[in-house]
Write a protein that binds this ligand. Structure first.
Ligand SMILES: Cc1cc2nc3c(=O)[nH]c(=O)nc-3n(C[C@H](O)[C@H](O)[C@H](O)COP(=O)(O)OP(=O)(O)OC[C@H]3O[C@@H](n4cnc5c(N)ncnc54)[C@H](O)[C@@H]3O)c2cc1C
Length: 369
């Protein structure tokens, strides 16, 4: 029986683990942290994933999740527009969702190595060797779902790590008066901030900024007061909300460079294969969809319908045909954000040319699968 190793137990890794285990395939997941834990993420998930999650019995039905149907856009100067979302989405914290998926995968017999960071992955004589600090493991297939940036990218000499990325991501959980059916995207100089609700009456406030903003003001609080709060909508949120954590979750070096979906025979899934700009609110849907695609190809390999060579080339082709254009569209649309006149332009587009704005939103989203 083939042994599948999944490196990285985020959304993509956990979905692949659930799907493969449901087909009675032997799976082990290596995750450097321990569930549950918070992550930098806006926590809005496009409804395109709902049929697939339901078909695998991993849709989180018991959490009374907000159903999000409207998008509010505001510019750096505080102009605002509302759009209906064609497909909409739901909100759930990654703390809850990842933990729920982990429990489901464990019930299905997936073997987890938690608090276990993988140091290197190599391939020779038709099998993989996975090294952690303490042990060496072997597998027939490795799915690389280790997220946007991992030390494995350096050991695998992936080209995108050579370029430094200027983006910093920050996330808070807050209590606010934010409407349950709304996701807001507020622009500020050199960044943008999303806010939408998740379970238990909590709102997620998550923003992406250029590291120069942070350098200029020295710390997050000063930068938020001086830069984010120039947008009156954000000023209102920062002044009148209850911030639930002592410190936010913060990550840096968020890269939107193109990556390759197969490297050194490893099948990359989720952000490890390519990351869409967060303003599209679609990274999680893409991570789930990629996990579905990679798992289906691996299932064919396990029953000897395709060879390893075919597995790699077929997956690379399928991945590109599903996601390449979306990533490109996300990068172009991100250029409209974080500047005064272009963010005004985006808001005017949403106000006065709704069909065009809806078309652009659709370009960054997939269709239900
Ligand atoms: C600021 C910001 C806001 C966002 N907002 C949204 C949003 O609202 N909606 C949306 O759909 N998407 C959003 N995204 C994108 C979304 O968070 C990602 O696309 C999604 O989490 C990708 O899932 P993944 O499984 O690929 O990676 P992750 O969920 O990041 O999981 C990777 C896992 O790999 C583990 N790992 C890494 N290296 C190793 C190693 N060497 N050994 C073992 N484990 C390892 C990590 O600990 C982690 O658990 C946002 C992203 C950012 C940066």
């Amino acid at each position: 029986m083939k042994k599948i190793i999944i490196v990285g137990g985020g959304l993509s890794g956990l979905i692949a683990a659930n799907y493969l285990a449901s087909a009675n395939i032997q799976v082990a997941v290596f995750e450097k942290k321990e569930y549950p834990f918070h992550r930098v993420c806006g926590e809005y998930i496009s409804n395109e994933v709902v049929p697939f999650l339901k078909s695998l019995d991993i849709f989180p039905v018991d959490f009374k999740l907000p159903n999000i149907q409207r998008l509010q856009l505001t510019s750096v100067n505080g102009r605002s527009a509302l759009l209906d979302l064609d497909l909409g989405g739901f909100g759930i914290s990654r703390f809850t969702f990842d933990h729920f998926l982990y429990q489901k995968a464990k019930q299905r017999g997936v073997q987890f190595y938690l608090n276990t960071e993988v140091d290197s992955i190599s391939f020779s004589k038709n099998r993989f060797e996975i090294k952690t600090r303490e042990e060496v493991f072997f597998g027939d297939v490795v799915i690389g779902s280790f997220g946007k940036r991992s030390k494995l990218d350096i050991s695998l000499k992936r080209s995108f790590v050579k370029k430094r990325s200027p983006y910093v991501g920050v996330k808070y959980h807050i209590r606010s008066k934010h409407a349950n059916d709304l996701i807001s995207l507020h622009n500020f100089k050199d960044g943008y901030c999303g806010i939408s609700n998740v379970e238990d009456g909590i709102s997620t406030l998550c923003y992406l900024t250029h590291r120069n903003n942070l350098k200029k003001f020295g710390d997050l609080k000063k930068m938020e007061a001086a830069v984010l709060c120039r947008n009156p909508f954000l000023k209102n949120i920062f002044e009148y909300s209850e911030f639930l954590w002592d410190k936010p979750e913060v990550i840096n070096e968020i890269s939107f460079e193109t990556k390759s979906p197969v490297e050194n025979h490893i099948l990359m899934s989720g952000d490890a294969a390519g990351m869409i700009t967060p303003l599209c609110g679609n990274g999680m849907a893409m991570a789930i969809h990629a996990a579905k695609l990679v798992s289906e190809n691996v299932m064919q390999f396990c029953v000897h319908e395709i060879t390893r060579e075919e597995l790699e080339s077929k997956y690379a082709r399928t991945w590109s045909s599903h996601f390449k254009k979306r990533l490109w569209a996300g990068r172009q649309i991100q250029n409209l954000f974080g500047k005064e006149w272009t963010s005004d332009l985006a808001v005017n587009l949403a106000r006065y040319s709704k069909p065009v704005a809806n078309y652009l939103v659709r370009k960054t989203h997939g269709i239900p699968f």
